[in-house]
Design a protein around this ligand. Structure first.
Ligand SMILES: [Mn+2]
Length: 331
């Protein structure tokens, strides 16, 4: 199956296009704590609609994070609608109203509702018209697929937004979810004017100093065990206070520990507020850290899981580390 053959049902695509073009005002929404796929997809659709003279606005519970401030017209993203008479809603990169946060009720009130998403659907997901494909690595891939089927010309701004979504959700085309279609679309977006170097720099290469200082604390104090196959780091609340970093800035830290070539399991304990510890777990191969996380009330995937403790970091370490040792001994 060539990537060109991956497509949505034509009737549905035509209905979507007709609905967009007959709408008075379109409400576009995406999830809480928006990432590059969420905002990239929402803004790409917004750019397309404005280019066609179709009134629209993008709603999100949270403002764009610092590393997505470069997205063209990111200032359009708001948390309260200013337009009136919305007669079409489009939800991107999520499949329930709860993940919309405080903007959810606006979407619940509009018919019809279109859903474009790549998360695993559950029963009673909303959406009068649904474009869902869990095989797709990013919602931006699905939107690019829709644009192709709708014969939409992709502007440089749209290309930058869509590429940001794909680069974010595939980890710059490195993760297992990277598909032939996503690479093909990526190539097309470059032809349409997206700058992949700029996107990657902005998304991954512009961190606040506070986060790097906190990373330094973790790297300096991490503990290695069992022939350096197990590593864990502890960030007490004082480390957050002293560096001025917040928990959002610890994104990717646990993977730094997992990148030690001998390491098979990595754990990061963060006391995000006094007496409250969040733990991220990563593993290579068959070591199932999700099973360990479930033992203590957490969950996740085999190689990426998490859990939390209402305790001191020391107590959390004492509870979890023996379980991780046992997990390493199991295979
Ligand atoms: Mn996504």
């Amino acid at each position: 199956l060539s990537p060109q053959d991956v497509h949505f049902e034509l009737n549905q695509v035509e209905e979507f296009k007709a609905r967009l073009h007959s709408a008075t005002a379109v409400l576009i929404g995406t999830h809480l704590n928006p990432d590059g796929d969420a905002l990239g997809s929402a803004l790409a659709l917004s750019h397309y609609l404005w280019s066609e003279g179709i009134k629209n606005e993008v709603l999100c519970h949270h403002a764009a994070p610092y590393n997505l401030q470069f997205l063209p017209e990111v200032g359009r993203v708001r948390s309260e609608p200013v337009l009136e008479g919305h007669d079409l809603a489009v939800m991107l990169d999520l499949n329930n109203f709860e993940r919309l946060g405080k903007v959810g009720p606006y979407f619940e009130a509009i018919k019809p509702l279109v859903l474009v998403d790549h998360h695993v659907p559950s029963e009673n997901d909303p959406g009068d018209i649904r474009f869902v494909d869990v095989q797709a690595p990013a919602t931006a891939v699905l939107l690019a697929r829709l644009f192709r089927q709708m014969d939409v010309a992709i502007s440089p701004a749209m290309a930058t937004c869509l590429l940001t979504g794909i680069v974010t959700d595939t980890g710059s085309f490195r993760f297992r979810n990277t598909s032939a279609e996503s690479l093909e679309i990526g190539a097309h977006l470059l032809e349409c004017g997206a700058d992949i170097n700029r996107v990657s720099e902005e998304v991954f290469g512009r961190k606040p100093l506070s986060g790097l200082r906190l990373l330094g604390v973790m790297l300096e104090t991490m503990q290695l065990e069992l022939d350096e196959r197990l590593v864990y780091g502890v960030l007490p609340h004082s480390a957050f206070r002293e560096t001025g970093a917040n928990d959002e800035e610890t994104e990717g830290f646990v993977n730094e520990m997992l990148s030690v070539r001998t390491v098979e399991i990595a754990a990061l304990f963060r006391e995000t507020k006094p007496g409250w510890v969040r733990v991220s777990l990563r593993s290579r191969g068959d070591y199932d850290v999700a099973a360990v996380a479930r033992e203590v009330g957490g969950g996740g995937h085999r190689n990426a899981a998490g859990c939390s403790f209402e305790s001191t970091p020391e107590e959390a370490v004492n509870d979890l580390i023996p379980r991780l040792r046992a997990c390493l001994a199991s295979s």
